[in-house]
Design a protein around this ligand. Structure first.
Ligand SMILES: Nc1ncnc2c1ncn2[C@@H]1O[C@H](COP(=O)(O)OP(=O)(O)OP(=O)(O)O)[C@@H](O)[C@H]1O
Ligand SMILES: [Mg+2]
Length: 321
């Protein structure tokens, strides 16, 4: 995998207000995003995601910390770097309400040094995919909440940016559009690098290469979805097994270190067995024993914790510290 670094944030800090009213929104956040990666910022309301995103885009200036995008120091390289960055701000607030969708797309393209002609085809293609093609000539202020979000996404994508920073990507989108966005995010990864935030954990788990969980301005975990899962809970599977007569496989299973039998129900020709694995690769040892005793797994269910539980453990764990 090409691991060229696209964005590096080091020790970002931001406090809003002063004295008793001061809120430390971001408190020492660091992360690195590599080329063609989908990098997710995850955290509860008020965690500091939007403030972090705004610092990356120089819409909020950090009190401390360094940001490099495409190897260039920010904010000095702002003008040059932003030409290659597509942005979606929380609540599509960056759009001009009195301009049509088309005018907005051309306006933001122009800021990035691209002409209307250069972005027209992409705009129409994305509008079609997001089912907004009939609204291109409408004023943004007159569109529904979800349509405004679609318009903002089209503005971000139309210039084929090398880096996309999309805060609250799914905000206000209907279910069908969410599925479409899921598909297009995966396609965009082929040509671009993405930093996204969303409260839809199922979506984040599915599309992200790496996830940064922040809470109260601090990083509480970082890794792939499966790395995060394994930090919190052991792999757990339920097997439905077809066996031959009186098989002694159970005794042998008990002898594998790191595998625990958490449930067993023996029937005449099938057994139901739930196993907890300290390390996922121990499943090979289990299969060796199944093979040795001619026990055939006819059904295997993953009983792993839903990602919501993993997320909660990190956030609540961080609060107990
Ligand atoms: N302009 C501002 N002035 C004062 N406080 C602010 C400002 N912007 C953000 N904050 C505070 O900073 C903290 C972090 O807010 P931020 O918007 O970054 O959170 P978030 O992770 O994006 O949350 P959400 O999931 O609700 O969008 C919050 O306590 C918020 O009240
Ligand atoms: Mg936010």
């Amino acid at each position: 995998m090409d691991d060229k670094i696209v964005l590096k944030a080091e020790n970002l800090e931001k406090t809003f207000g002063t004295g008793k009213r001061a809120v430390k929104a971001v408190d020492g956040v660091s992360f690195t995003v590599r080329e063609k990666e989908i990098f997710a910022l995850l955290g509860p309301n008020g965690a500091g995601k939007t403030t972090t995103v705004k610092m990356l885009l120089n819409l909020v200036s950090p009190d401390k910390g360094n940001i490099q995008i495409f190897g260039k120091d920010m904010p000095e390289a702002q003008r040059e770097v932003m030409k290659e960055v597509g942005t979606l701000l929380e609540g599509s607030r960056n759009l001009y309400w009195h301009m049509t969708v088309r005018e907005n797309v051309y306006y933001f393209a122009n800021l990035r040094g691209k002409s209307a002609k250069e972005v027209k085809d992409d705009m129409e293609m994305w509008a079609e995919r997001l089912r907004l093609q009939d609204k291109l000539e409408e004023e943004v202020g007159k569109l529904s909440r979800g349509m405004q979000q679609k318009a903002a996404i089209i503005c971000a994508l139309a210039t084929k940016p090398k880096l996309l920073i999309l805060d609250e990507l799914l905000l206000g989108l209907d279910i069908i559009t969410r599925f479409e966005v899921e598909k297009l995010v995966k396609e965009l990864k082929e040509i671009s690098t993405l930093i996204i935030s969303s409260h839809d954990l199922r979506f984040i788990e599915k599309v992200s290469d790496r996830i940064l969980i922040i809470n109260k301005g601090k990083v509480v975990a970082e890794g792939t979805a499966s790395e995060l899962r394994h930090k919190i809970s052991y792999a757990k599977y339920r097997f439905t097994l077809r066996k031959n007569e009186e098989s002694q496989y159970l005794e042998e299973l008990k002898s594998i270190r790191g595998v625990e039998i958490s449930f067993y129900e023996g029937n005449i020709d099938t057994d139901i067995l739930e196993l907890t694995f300290e390390r996922p690769e121990l499943i090979y040892d289990v299969f060796d024993i199944f093979r040795k005793f001619s026990v055939i797994p006819v059904e295997i269910d993953n009983l792993g914790e839903p990602f919501e539980e993993i997320f909660k453990s990190f956030v609540e764990g961080g609060e107990n510290k």
